[in-house]
Unconditional design. Sequence first.
Length: 344
Amino acid sequence: MFALGFFLLAGLLCQSLGQYEYDDEYYFPSAPVEGLSTPTCSQECECPLSFPTAMYCNDRNLKFIPIVPSGIKYLYLQNNHIEEIKTGVFDNATDLRWLILDNNNITSDKIQAGTIDKLSKLEKLLFSNNKLTKAPGPLSKSMDELKLIGNQLSSFPSNTLSGMENLTTLHLSKNKLTTESITGAFKNLKSLVLLDVSENKLKKLPSGVPPSLLMLYADNNDIDSIPNGYLAKLPALQYLRVSHNKLVDSGIPAGVFNVSSLLELDLSFNKLKSIPEINESLEHLYLQVNEINKFDLTNICKFSSPVNYSRLKTLRLDGNNITHSSMPDDTANCLRQASEIIFE
Ligand SMILES: *[C@@H]1O[C@H](CO)[C@@H](O)[C@H](O)[C@H]1NC(C)=O
Ligand SMILES: *[C@@H]1O[C@H](CO)[C@@H](O)[C@H](O)[C@H]1NC(C)=O
Ligand SMILES: *[C@@H]1O[C@H](CO)[C@@H](O)[C@H](O)[C@H]1NC(C)=O
Ligand SMILES: *[C@@H]1O[C@H](CO)[C@@H](O)[C@H](O)[C@H]1NC(C)=O
Ligand SMILES: *[C@@H]1O[C@H](CO)[C@@H](O)[C@H](O)[C@H]1NC(C)=O
Ligand SMILES: *[C@@H]1O[C@H](CO)[C@@H](O)[C@H](O)[C@H]1NC(C)=O
Ligand SMILES: *[C@@H]1O[C@H](CO)[C@@H](O)[C@H](O)[C@H]1NC(C)=O
């Protein structure tokens, strides 16, 4: 028999040039080496005797989904050439918890009714890099993770995720979503921790996002402002990324980043001319490639005193119109924890 190994698969999304402290990571059971399969396993796949609830059908040039026998909980179908999900394939797969379909060619119109929508115990659906134009479903209310990165979603009806009280992770980056198309879609997701809507066509940050959110990623959109009080409604938020957007000074209301939960704020690659006001608890501030032309310490060090100082560890200001010499003399006292202040 073979031991069930685990390997670390870094999230597709976080190819971050090492800029961020946080990277999400997923553990997947590794695909088994050739070996004995359970007798009920589909002949195209492998169901290891040591892990009989998993069926590995990934990386096999499959054009179709094999019939899934009963008892399977974890189904790996990534990296094939699957184009459709036909009636019947999941009829006996009533225990299915994880369905991994990343990197196939499935279109929304070829997902037949009575397939994914009948998987009442489904918890993870990984469906990135396919050709979906709408979210599959209706999905089970037991979902905890949904990944639809790199599809062609242009709509996302407000009832798509309704009742998913345990959904913690939602990846919708690299689609064609507009501000209007996601209106109301995230409300009442009371366990949601990570929402990624980067690389879409949003003009505004998503509205009605739940207060449980820890990470909100909205890079590479057309966002020009942060609504007044937006962060005050997200008391747990620690990571906010809005890089590669169209933020301008007039779109940043006074005090909008004055919240003590936030640890990382990425406003790089925008059109800001000044350093926004932040709270002293912020640890990482990314402002590279903006149009900043003065080092205004007051916005970062309002509170500064011998015992009160900024918690900033990283401050990136490269790609702006300021140099080290624009830095006021009293900076060091306030930025005493900043090990990385980058100007160029
Ligand atoms: C998807 O289909 C396109 C052509 O329609 C083909 O070029 C591509 O290789 C296919 N990809 C996969 C993963 O099968
Ligand atoms: C489902 O299981 C039953 C009983 O084992 C079997 O007769 C039937 O052919 C299976 N259906 C499919 C689609 O595999
Ligand atoms: C959410 O998780 C809890 C605890 O595991 C479980 O009791 C509950 O049924 C789940 N909710 C749904 C809708 O599956
Ligand atoms: C930031 O918010 C706190 C209350 O949460 C308030 O006491 C403080 O004055 C605010 N700071 C600024 C600069 O507005
Ligand atoms: C930072 O937030 C804390 C808690 O809300 C608040 O007391 C403090 O005044 C804020 N700092 C600034 C500079 O506004
Ligand atoms: C630290 O700064 C906060 C405002 O941000 C202020 O309320 C507090 O009194 C200051 N503490 C000291 C010891 O200066
Ligand atoms: C850059 O800064 C210098 C001096 O601080 C100023 O003279 C110049 O106009 C600025 N350039 C831009 C493009 O803002």
